[in-house]
Ligand binder design. Structure first.
Ligand code: UN1
Length: 517
């Protein structure tokens, strides 16, 4: 049950990340091994069985939770800047391992090597952010209404944070959560997607080494593997005050209800149905670059992928033609070959959903502008490579209202003022990312106003994907309302305590209440 045969470049990558040591029953290579049923990790790049990983049983989970809880006792009392130092070392290790980890992300998940490296860069960036943050976990000081009293607030660690992440960002989303949670004094239990278990193991190895070198308990970072049933261990576990989950709206609703049922907190980053509005004042060249990268980058499998292009009728034909020409240039193939633009979808189930979506858009009255299809033949043996497609559609089509995790772009015309485009953009249940392409200040400001985009992210003259870590990341409506990574997203990983201290020999009551004995 050891690593299956893969080509030598990948063997070296696995070796650098110590994944070659994998064998049955010790899937994490650390003391936190799991012993449940086997999960196969197939690369969508070439269909190879890269490795087999054991999933986590309930007994394993209990053991891991014990270790996590013990580690929390130690970790929460370490001064935050010292916790930041550990995260700094982790970021340094990521710098050293950027290439092999980026390559594993590319090979196991299927995104381009450049995007794999970009994902590791996001991890490094959030570590840097968290290191600075470790000296800035500020609360406020307030004036007490009572004489001789001082009032302030402070933030304390929460405890064990549960992280459930998706296959499409198999390493970065974990880091957004852990880097912050760790400086906040929390310990983390992570369930990566069962579609990308090796990325999880690689990350666990990296942090486990850093913890060991610093004589810290490995329970600060724990890994569990498996499908939704393993995720349910955490959502139902009262010892986990916060569950951060990234995935589909369907999954998010289940997680939210389970966690709310025990009055825990959840941080949800769910589906998007992101649009770019293209007004008559748009720069068409910029629009095409932003739209094409947004729609076909990561083979349309980002939460932030551009799914809808809402184009003013006066520039509609021009934009349409430019897009068709650009799609004609796209090279689809092995994502480790840097000359290719589009890699495979994650698996054949995803291909099936892609095909169904294209059938449905036609059945619902849409018109295909750039033909899709599944690629066959040499280099496409995994059966996961598809052609990015464009369809003319109406916003109200049921399929357009739905997030299909595939490179399908819907072109939707609008007429009249920008308000009409904003109404279309907001006319979906999801609220993650949005963008407007315009050189007109009034249009841009309307889009950003309180009557503008209802999304968590609203960009001007930038596409919908590729957010930087410094801003809070997440969305409204059925995207779940959570915020991760930058700005003050750290606050969800801590509990706030208000402290009032009386330094007099009297005990005056607030609100002027008299209670004389
Ligand atoms: C996701 O798809 O879940 O903004 C995250 C972006 C990336 C993160 C996407 N920085 O496209």
């Amino acid at each position: 049950m050891a690593t299956a045969m893969v080509d030598s470049g990948i063997q070296n990558t696995l070796k650098a990340l110590r994944i070659k040591e994998l064998n049955e029953g010790s899937s994490t290579g650390t003391k936190f091994f799991s012993s449940g049923e086997v999960i196969d990790s197939h690369s969508p790049v070439d269909g190879t069985l890269i490795a087999r990983v054991r999933s986590t049983t309930k007994e394993d989970y209990e053991r891991i939770m014990e270790r996590a809880s013990e580690a929390f006792e130690v970790w929460r009392l370490k001064p935050a800047p010292q916790r930041g130092e550990i995260v700094r070392q982790f970021g340094q290790r990521l710098r050293e391992l950027k290439e092999p980890l980026g390559k594993l992300v590319s090979y196991e998940m299927g995104k381009s090597y450049q995007e794999g490296l970009g994902e590791v860069q996001e991890m490094i960036d959030i570590c840097d952010f968290a290191v600075g943050l470790s000296r800035q976990l500020h609360g406020l000081t307030m004036h007490s209404e009572r004489p001789g009293h001082r009032m302030y607030e402070q933030y304390h660690p929460l405890g064990v944070v549960g992280i459930i992440s998706a296959f499409n960002f198999p390493v970065a989303v974990w880091a957004w959560n852990t880097a912050l949670a760790w400086v906040c004094g929390d310990v983390c239990v992570w369930k990566p997607s069962e579609k990308t278990p090796l990325c999880g193991i690689a990350c666990q190895h990296i942090i486990a080494d850093v913890l060991k070198e610093n004589s810290l308990p490995e329970g600060i970072s724990c890994l569990i593997n498996g499908d939704y049933r393993v995720g349910e261990f955490m959502t139902h576990d009262k010892r986990i005050p916060l569950v951060s989950a990234t995935g589909s709206i369907r999954m998010g609703k289940i997680v939210a209800q389970a966690v709310a049922g025990r009055l825990g907190k959840s941080l949800l980053e769910l589906g998007g149905n992101n649009a770019i509005i293209v007004t008559p004042k748009a720069d068409i060249k910029m629009t095409v670059i932003g739209a094409v990268f947004g729609a076909v980058g990561t083979a349309g499998q980002r939460c932030t992928s551009t799914r809808r292009l809402i184009v003013h009728e006066s520039v509609y034909d021009k934009v349409k033609e430019a897009l068709i020409a650009a799609y004609g240039q796209l090279r689809i193939g092995n994502p480790l070959d840097e000359t290719n633009h589009v890699g495979p979808l994650i698996d054949r189930d995803a291909v099936k959903m892609y095909k169904e979506a294209l059938e449905q858009v036609v059945a619902q009255g849409g018109k295909i502008l750039v033909e899709g299809g599944v690629l066959e033949g040499e280099g496409y043996e995994s059966g996961c490579y598809v052609k990015p497609a464009i369809a003319e559609a109406k916003n109200t089509f049921e399929i357009v209202q739905h997030e299909t995790f595939a490179p399908i772009l819907y072109l939707i015309p609008y007429s009249g003022e920008v308000e009409n485009a904003i109404a279309l953009q907001n006319g979906v249940v999801q609220g993650l990312s949005s963008a407007i392409m315009t050189g007109d200040l009034r249009e841009a400001e309307k889009f950003l106003s309180a009557a503008g985009s209802d999304c968590g992210i609203a960009n001007v003259n930038i596409g919908t994907s590729g957010a930087e870590i410094g801003g809070a990341f997440g969305g409204e409506k059925e995207t779940g309302g959570g915020r991760e990574s930058g700005s003050d997203a750290w606050k969800i990983y801590m509990r706030r305590q208000t402290n009032t201290i009386n330094y007099t020999t009297e005990l005056p009551l607030a609100q002027g209440i008299k209670f004389d004995l």
